[in-house]
Design a protein around this ligand. Structure first.
Ligand SMILES: [Zn+2]
Ligand SMILES: [Zn+2]
Length: 736
């Protein structure tokens, strides 16, 4: 219906895949101020019997609904859009690309406080300066005199800084005497000037590093992969390239895959630059997160270091995005809005015409494929910096070894050797807890999770059996629940068990365990770094947490206990991931002046993929993986999307996906470039009481996929779906 009043198309946080139409209240029309309504502004809207916060996405002149039935919004919250138009369009593009319900996706990318309707915070900083008429005669306190003499030597200091150095009472006392004055300072758009902004001189680059840096352009969009072996000094290139961007008065975003890597990267940047380096991750209060978000938006933060969700943080004048450890699967959100922060960062950089830098010692297959297609620039660093040599690879064939607590005789000798040489050993096992199962020796019974297709892991320290998929927890039974015999034994290895065993063998040597359970304590990683870099002989037992980015100088032995589980895991990306994990964990060794060695324990010493890794390198290992994916028509040789569904009843979810398949077929029959597989069970078929199935769509080109999913999700919105069934689209999945 044509209409004089503009219609607001509003995104609302609901699972519905549509915008909702509202009208502008009469008072705005009468006062001729309808132009206040701009896409990107929040509005308070009546929705059913609730009031919700929504976002204006579009303003239309007509509506498909009866105009008289459209409700007016209750309030306009923002005077101007929360983010720039180009960024808001990027948010909408992201929701569409991943075929996620637009309202859920759009609101998800904003900090929680904005979703609740709170205003943007003031970002000025409370500062103190010395009163011009000050005289130190008015005080005798040493602390107060120290503070005065500090303020006398500089223009001002922040309240936060002074409080940390001198305490609140000192500040208050001086303020009361009128010797110091408070003011609010705004850092907005303050010019960055070099070399003043350098705290620390750049390190001298070696030839390879210098070549890489010279090939990076600050001017326009380009995606470059720095494919540099572990310990090759990629971070120094990040720092020096960032310096060029900062000199140009532009901001730099650095994404890391995990929270426990944020602090380390932040320290690198704040040690180098005397600029505002802020972090952004989920382990912050809502207020902190919104404050940093706002400072980035205003240009008060020069550098943002954060995890996945930072890809949606606004900027005043963004000049560079760096994705460290680009291969890491943590960049893909696995629940709800299933986006890949790496892929979106590249899209955002392209929209903004700025460079994006991917760094990894073990690039993902899809990134390598994009280099081969010349979409990305492939830059190599093949040597480690300084004197350190690449680690030596070896295999321990378990077929000829006696094994105790998961550690072969040979491996144990190696650990002893390392310790007696005063060096450090890293034991890698990607399983936390004591043992992955509790097993009855007499009847073969195993304690399963009540809600999942998985066994309960024994956690000895907590004296509990815990499901690692749904957190279901049970007490440890004293007798077998099937045959009532006293014959329950833990089978298999976890970090806790290895820790117990090694502490027994090496009672005088420190043994550190690094996993999700042990690292919950505040500053765990910092403390670990300090202790381990104290150079004493020690043993570190770690899960994949230990494979990422950590720089320990004195590890010379790396031992991978369980290579086989992942080698034969059927998920399509698992072998690639194994190669990445092993190469990364090997890279923790020999980073100082001593040679590092890695030993892989396996029953499959002649497996061609392991041979590639051990005798050749990760690059040639990846070529084998690549050939296999090409033959099996899997990514990156096909575009893959999944319709995932789950339900408390397996027949309901299977029937639902069969229906989805028939709809898909009616939209687009299979042909040489489009094919369908499923419904198939997910790798973990039952999880948290729900049966999980998926339907695979593979296409040769991206636009086929996008248009098919657009039509499919639209039609699925019109069919009746059993209430127990939930469904999601997963575009470019990293697991099945
Ligand atoms: Zn039994
Ligand atoms: Zn479970």
């Amino acid at each position: 219906m044509k209409n004089q009043k503009p219609i607001l198309n509003v995104a609302v946080p609901t699972p519905q895949r549509q915008l909702f139409d509202y009208v502008i209240p009469d008072e705005f029309i009468k006062s001729d101020s309808t132009e206040l309504f701009i896409p990107g502004c929040r509005v308070l809207i009546p929705f059913g019997n609730r009031n919700l916060i929504g976002l204006i996405v579009k303003i239309s002149q007509s509506t498909d609904f009866d105009l008289k039935k459209l409700k007016p919004i209750k309030a306009l919250i923002d005077k101007e859009p929360l983010v720039s138009k180009i960024l808001f369009d990027f948010f909408i593009w992201s929701a569409n690309y991943y075929h996620h319900p637009i309202g859920e996706a759009l609101l998800k990318v904003f900090p929680g406080n904005l979703r609740k309707g709170l205003p943007l915070p003031k970002t000025t900083t409370r500062c103190w300066k010395i009163d011009k008429s000050y005289s130190s005669d008015n005080t005798k306190s040493v602390k107060q005199l120290d503070l005065l003499s500090l303020l006398n030597s500089v223009d001002h200091k922040t309240d936060e800084f002074l409080k940390a150095c001198f305490g609140r009472s000192t500040i208050s006392a001086l303020a009361k005497k009128g010797l110091i004055t408070e003011f609010q300072k705004s850092y907005t758009k303050e010019k960055v000037s070099f070399p003043k902004a350098l705290k620390q001189n750049p390190k001298l680059l070696n030839d390879e590093q210098a070549t890489v840096l010279s090939k990076l352009s600050i001017e326009k969009f380009s995606c470059s992969l720095i494919d540099g072996v572990t310990g090759s000094g990629k971070t120094e290139i990040y720092l020096q390239f960032a310096e060029l961007i900062l000199k140009n008065q532009r901001q730099v975003f650095i994404l890391v895959p995990e929270i426990n890597l944020v602090q380390q990267m932040e320290a690198q940047f704040s040690n180098r630059f005397d600029l505002e380096v802020l972090t952004f991750h989920s382990n912050m209060t809502d207020n902190q997160r919104l404050l940093n978000w706002t400072k980035a938006k205003n240009g008060e933060a020069h550098i943002i270091v954060g995890t996945r969700s930072s890809v949606f943080v606004p900027a005043f004048n963004l000049g560079l995005i760096i994705i460290d450890e680009e291969h890491d699967q943590s960049y893909k959100q696995q629940e709800g809005f299933r986006y890949s922060a790496r892929d979106l960062a590249i899209q955002r950089a392209s929209n903004d015409s700025i460079p994006v830098l991917l760094g990894s010692a073990t690039p993902s297959l899809e990134t390598i494929q994009n280099c081969i297609k010349n979409k990305y620039q492939h830059l190599y660093i093949k040597k480690r910096i300084g004197l350190s040599q690449p680690p030596k690879w070896n295999i321990i064939d378990l077929k000829n070894q006696s094994i105790s607590n998961g550690i072969s005789e040979f491996a144990e000798t190696k650990i002893k050797e390392t310790i007696s040489n005063g060096k450090q050993a890293l034991i890698f096992i990607n399983r936390r807890g004591y043992a992955p199962a509790l097993f009855c020796n007499s009847c073969g019974w195993v304690m399963d999770c009540a809600n999942c297709d998985s066994k309960l892991t024994l956690h000895k320290a907590k004296q509990k059996l815990i499901c690692h998929h749904c957190e279901f927890t049970a007490n440890v039974p004293l007798k077998c629940l099937a045959c009532d015999k006293d014959s329950l034994v833990p089978v298999g290895m976890g970090t806790e068990r290895i820790e117990e065993y090694l502490k027994n063998i090496f009672p005088t040597i420190p043994v550190f365990r690094v996993d999700k359970d042990s690292s919950k304590k505040k500053d765990f990683m910092e403390n670990l770094h300090r202790k381990v870099n104290g150079a004493e002989p020690c043993i570190i037992i770690g899960t994949q947490m230990m494979t990422k980015g950590h720089d320990f100088k004195n590890i010379t032995l790396v031992l991978a206990l369980d290579t086989d589980t992942q080698l034969f895991h059927p998920d399509f990306k698992n072998q690639e991931r194994l190669g990445q994990l092993l190469t990364q964990v090997a890279g923790r060794g020999g980073r100082g002046q001593f040679l590092g060695e890695i030993y892989l324990q396996t029953y499959n010493s002649d497996h061609p993929l392991l041979e590639k890794l051990v005798k050749d390198n990760y690059g040639s290992f990846l070529q084998d993986i690549s050939s296999e994916r090409e033959v099996t028509l899997m990514p990156p040789f096909r575009h893959l999307a999944l319709i995932r569904a789950d339900s408390t009843h397996s027949d309901k979810v299977i029937n639902f996906l069969k229906h989805v398949r028939s709809i898909t077929n009616s939209i687009q029959p299979q042909n040489r470039s489009i094919n369908y597989i499923g419904p198939l069970p997910s790798m973990l078929e039952k999880r948290a009481g729900r049966y999980r199935y998926l339907f695979q769509i593979r296409t040769k080109n991206r636009s086929q996929m996008h248009s098919l999913l657009t039509k499919l999700t639209h039609q699925m919105g019109t069919i009746k779906i059993p209430s127990s069934v939930r469904w999601f689209v997963d575009v470019d999945p990293v697991e099945l």
